[in-house]
Design a binder for this molecule. Sequence first.
Ligand code: E4P
Length: 216
Amino acid sequence: MKFFVDTADTSEIKELADAGLIDGVTTNPSLVAKSGRKFSDVIAEICDLTSGHVSAEVVATEYQAMVNEGRTLQKIASNVAVKLPLTMDGLKACRTLANEGTAVNVTLCFSANQALLAAKAGATYISPFIGRLDDLNIDGMELIEDIRTIYDNYMFETQILAASIRGPNHVKESALAGADVATVPPAVLRSLINHPLTDKGLAAFLADAQKAGVTI
Ligand code: E4P
């Protein structure tokens, strides 16, 4: 499974990319707004930090305006994936941009039928929002499983990008359910490393090595 980091914070992205932990980045208008910087500057800087896809979302809602914004975003860097909302205009824009060879991430997916439509529209990625479904007491992971089955049934190549991930269990369960990618907030990504027995074991090994005067 690929890991994308879900943030527009360039220092976080740089650190995680330098550690070799990420395969791409997702942003959304809320995350870019939080950075307080100009949209195109942030996306350009992020695209320099990773060779993987960087999702940049349109803010238009009408077909032609979405296509125009998508083309503008695509010109920022070759690794931009244009993010479009799962609406009729969004799907139509997806088909147009996909036909031009642009990678498209169809976002705000909350049902298997929506995912089926995105695949038929030629999306590179579909983003089911697990956490926002869980918030409503609907099992977000069941959605990932359903999409996996449907895509496999018809050999759709659209990649399932598990989004709205809130904790380490969402990452593990997405991997078990067969998601192709998980986009993970930086804090959750870092938390995947932690285990108290790793810390305890390392402390014991180092203490023994010190006692024995081991040098390498
Ligand atoms: C990713 O592409 C989404 O924008 C993001 O995962 C949404 O997460 P949230 O539901 O925590 O805002």
